[in-house]
Ligand binder design. Structure first.
Ligand SMILES: O=C(CO)[C@H](O)[C@H](O)COP(=O)(O)O
Length: 217
């Protein structure tokens, strides 16, 4: 199986977590897109979805799946999303697509976070992938200096604006040996909306598409 087939296999495996009549939390990115396409085959068995980005909302609607505002929803049994990196503790780096804040919000509501990835996303230590940090525009330079103070090399994602109207700094070479502490430390910087570390709220299940099929941990 090539990488796309691995993503698709992991995405399709996530269907087994979807309860009848549920509202489903849906992530963002190419793996999440495979999940949306798979979910569309079950659209008459679910009530609808909550989207973690405008792009995801649009794709869901194009399949005829109703998209709910998160504030209308009191229970979200499952959130399904990809990741840029995931370790054996099911901690992740997310936000390669820039949707990290809404992803973190939807994940916080969900009872279960199902992470769907291809084999290339599985790492021993997080941090080879630059860590995305969503920043209020006027705080860009301030936050960049503070991130350098934490040992990282922030790079402005030029020309990219998040769905929330903010900017992204991609932080290279930052030590993520203690992901929980770094997630907390970065989130405490004034001007940061959130960062792409998911250690405070790791995935509950990781489905990995590999050459020999899908494994779960
Ligand atoms: O966090 C994300 C978007 O903000 C994605 O889940 C992450 O970037 C993985 O994307 P893909 O499935 O395309 O590899």
């Amino acid at each position: 199986m090539d990488q796309n087939a691995q993503k698709q296999a992991a995405a399709e495996a996530a269907l087994s977590f979807i309860e009848p009549d549920a509202i489903v939390g849906v992530g963002t990115g190419s793996t999440a897109n495979y999940f949306i396409d798979a979910l569309a085959t079950r659209k008459h068995q679910i009530r609808g979805a909550v989207a973690s980005s405008e792009a995801t909302a649009e794709r869901l609607r194009s399949h005829g799946i109703e998209v709910f505002d998160l504030n209308q929803v009191d229970r979200l049994p499952v959130y399904v999303d990809g990741a840029d990196e995931v370790n054996k503790h099911r901690e992740m780096i997310k936000g390669g697509g820039g949707a990290l804040t809404r992803e973190k919000i939807v994940a916080a509501v969900a009872d279960q976070f199902i992470c769907i990835v291809d084999e290339s996303k599985c790492v021993d230590v997080l941090g080879a992938f630059p860590l995305p940090v969503e920043v209020i525009p006027m705080a860009r330079s301030l936050v960049a200096r503070k991130l350098a103070g934490l040992g990282g090399q922030p790079r402005y994602r030029d020309g990219f604006v998040t769905d929330n109207g903010n900017l992204i700094l991609d932080v290279h070479h930052i030590d993520l040996g203690r992901p929980l502490k770094m997630e907390t430390d970065i989130n405490q910087l004034v001007g940061v909306v959130t960062n792409g570390l998911f250690a405070l709220r790791p995935a509950d299940v990781v489905l990995v598409g590999g050459r020999d099929g899908v494994r779960r941990y």
